[in-house]
Design a protein around this ligand. Sequence first.
Ligand code: ADP
Length: 560
Amino acid sequence: MAGYDQTLRPFLWRAERLYPDRELVSRTHEGIERYTYGDYAERIRQLANALEAAGVGEGDRVGTFCWNHHRHAEVYFAAPNVGGQLHTINPLLPPKHIQYIVENAADRLIFVDPSLLEVLEDAYDAEAFENVEQFVVMGAAVPETDLESVVDYESFIGEHDGDYEWPELDEELPAGMCYTSGTTGEPKGVEYTQKMLWSHTMATLTPMGLGIDDSDVVMPVVPMFHVNAWGLPFSSTAAGAKHVYPGPAPDPADLAALIEEEGVTLTAGVPTVWLGLLEYIENNEVDLSSLERIVIGGSAAPRSVIRRFDELGVEVVHAWGMTETAPIGTVSHLKPDLEDLPKDQQYEKRTKQGLIVPGLEFKVVDDDGEEVPWNSAERSSADRSSGQSPREDGEDFGELLIRGPWVTDSYFKRPEADETDFEGSWLKTGDIVSVDRDGYVKIVDRAKDVIKSGGEWISSVELENTIMAHDAVAEATVVGVPHEKWQERPAAFVVPVDDADVDRDALEADLHETIAGEFVDWWTPDAIVFIDEVPKTATGKFDKKVLREEYADEELLADE
Ligand code: ADP
């Protein structure tokens, strides 16, 4: 392209020049480590030299098998800036998916955490890992391992110079890559070009995105192997914010300590993380005074979590996105004219997935591909002319289609998906949504999770939100179980809070009563089953597939 391309390089250049002394802090297996943007940029250049010496250049993929820490953040800038591609691999995936991903991406190097080395050894398969020339262990020593060609990170970069002449890169060059968890079939690879990462970064910096600036102290709890930790290492660097990385498998006590000690202002993760932190806060003295906002996404942010953090003076920024959208697509900011609404109505809005981020476009279509209107006003006139009764605001729903500069329009090496998952430049998200008159998108369900009872749809998400709002409930999920007469009926799986005083019969009666008060009677779950833990997917979301399989037999459910 003539002129100047949109690439990641200037973000790092600016951070080093303007904020040389701002810190990056990591909790690693070696303890708390801290250094400055000055050190960060220099080590990235050393790593760039090391990558070049290892033969990594345009079109080469560099795999990472790591938690959130500064060394991982160094690969985030070095691999794409030398012209290669940062490929974050989710270590929580089953070994056969890891093999498929490494083989499909043809990774040439893999950076791996010491604590994940065994997991990688278990997944190792000579054929699938054929292209991998070297493993780099994230630390200063190589632990005992069966793998060959292993070097420790500090030695890998250590002998290299801190100066490096960055190449001029084309903005269409693939710079990143992440696979979707493959809930159906093989995982699908999504490539992020330089331009996609650049535009996603710029959008998240705006107030209508995540509004990150140089006064922020940003702690991504969302793993860096999950859609680039929602882009936070890039956007924090672009803003000149302080980075805080919580390292391997942080628990609520670790998160609380980092918030207090490092003065975290913004953190981000899936709802389960915050349910855990809330429970911890209830039983422990935690100073949250620095914390301004928590970005919650990946699954719906329960209203109770939004309310409880609001009462603690922390704003929940509810966001929606997908691997395919790099990932941020909508953010639930309150429009200025809604700020005077009573709190309850504000929470109602914030529970929705929110407003489309500037730069993207979306539409909602029904089963016939017809566009579904946004709100009752439009619908009412359409209904009147067709003789149907008007609907309530936000009640029409259909599949969300989305497009824009940071939305993919294909899957890696999957030309057949062009027909099924895309419609021209539009990505078919598989999410069923409604849009209210203010433009707030609400995920009603995933197409595969919506419960179809007697030809009508029941939203598992709405039932879950109501159940999780109960004080005695730690987690809950609702799935459709097969039913002879109704095809499917909802069953709720509930994890009570860890408290010996919870009377399960009383809780069950209470939940039935609450649900009856909020929904039409045929939405009421046929069973409420108490379980110890909701199974989770590799990305920390509720794994309904496991429960569906376990409780596929209707008789079993009736006996519970
Ligand atoms: P998968 O979970 O399929 O492996 P992703 O991590 O890309 O892949 O998840 C994307 C999906 O997660 C979205 O299509 C949507 O169904 C769900 N999701 C993401 N954010 C939210 C949210 N805030 N509320 C509800 N669902 C969400």
